[in-house]
Design a protein around this ligand. Structure first.
Ligand SMILES: [Mg+2]
Length: 296
């Protein structure tokens, strides 16, 4: 594994056609831009490189992502965004040929993306039931539900778990999850549970394993390949998370760059590198995209 400096980056760029960027922890943290990000993307664009933004974050639709990129000053086009909301819809429509209705744990943007792709879903948002626990055993069910989707849902609660588990007790009910990220990067000391933490609860209560769409799993890569002809030898994945971004790159035969601007510390990287065999070892690492653009 090598530390990338500006010169190495330039060399890498000349051998790469497709740049896949993770977003949280690489381009921004929450609503704060990570320095050097805009310069790096703008430069690659000027070199006519193909750029995709491949994110496990399921909180937004592609339309909402375009707004976020634009607000922060990143040049972007709708077709460059491969988020799990889109990849989930792609998978359900083109791989599962999903029919019926999905019980969705997610945010409005996710619902909108799925509905626009022709996937019928339940409502999202707060859903509370009050009353004695005894009454919950006769909770009303939607007979049209044929699948359960777990994404990020800040209104996740006992009622939603009850419904998801009950629907999943039918072995024909599909079980799909956007990602397994345990936390959301915040840039503060507050720990925000990610979709993966909610998913663990649903897996445990249902005793079932979902198809996971996001990195490091293959459905999001299949979705990406449907958008562009990807020559794996000439593609790099740039991300801040070892278990998702770097494992995804390695599994799919891509080059990998870890940025230390997000959830992975230098100590964690060293620990990973000390393991004899790991799919989470990056080929290159850098402190942040700024290191690369500054030294060029
Ligand atoms: Mg990230």
């Amino acid at each position: 594994m090598e530390l990338l400096n500006g010169k190495d980056w330039e060399l890498l760029i000349s051998n790469i056609d497709n740049f896949l960027f993770d977003c949280d922890g690489v381009l921004w943290e929450g609503n704060t831009i990570i320095p050097g990000g805009v310069e790096a993307i703008t430069y690659l664009k000027s070199r006519n490189k193909r750029i995709f933004f491949v994110t496990n974050n399921s909180t937004k639709s592609r339309v909402e992502y375009v707004k976020k990129f634009t607000t922060l000053g990143y040049p972007v086009e709708f077709e460059q965004i491969i988020c799990t909301a889109f990849a989930t819809g792609y998978y359900m429509k083109n791989v599962l040929n999903f029919e019926g209705k999905a019980y969705l744990m997610g945010r409005p943007g996710f619902k909108q993306e799925l509905n626009e792709l022709g996937i019928n879903t339940s409502k999202v948002g707060p859903d509370l039931t009050s009353g004695e626990l005894d009454a919950w055993s006769s909770i009303p069910l939607d007979p049209d539900i044929t699948g359960v989707i777990v994404g990020f849902d800040e209104y996740f609660n006992y009622k939603k778990m009850t419904l998801a588990a009950t629907y999943l007790s039918d072995p024909n009910c599909k079980f799909i999850a956007t990602n397994e990220d345990n936390i959301l990067p915040t840039g503060t000391k507050v720990i925000l549970p990610g979709s993966g933490s909610l998913l663990e609860a649903v897996k445990f209560v249902s005793q079932r394993e979902p198809v996971v769409i996001g990195k490091p799993h293959s459905p999001i890569f299949e979705c990406l390949k449907s958008m562009a002809n990807i020559d794996q030898d000439r593609t790099v994945m740039v991300g801040d998370r070892l278990g998702t971004d770097i494992a995804f790159g390695n599994r799919n035969g891509l080059k990998t760059v870890l940025t230390l601007s997000g959830v992975t510390s230098r100590e964690q990287l060293d620990k990973e590198l000390a393991k004899p065999a790991s799919e989470c070892k990056p080929k290159f690492y850098t402190n942040s995209l700024q290191t690369l653009t500054k030294e060029m």
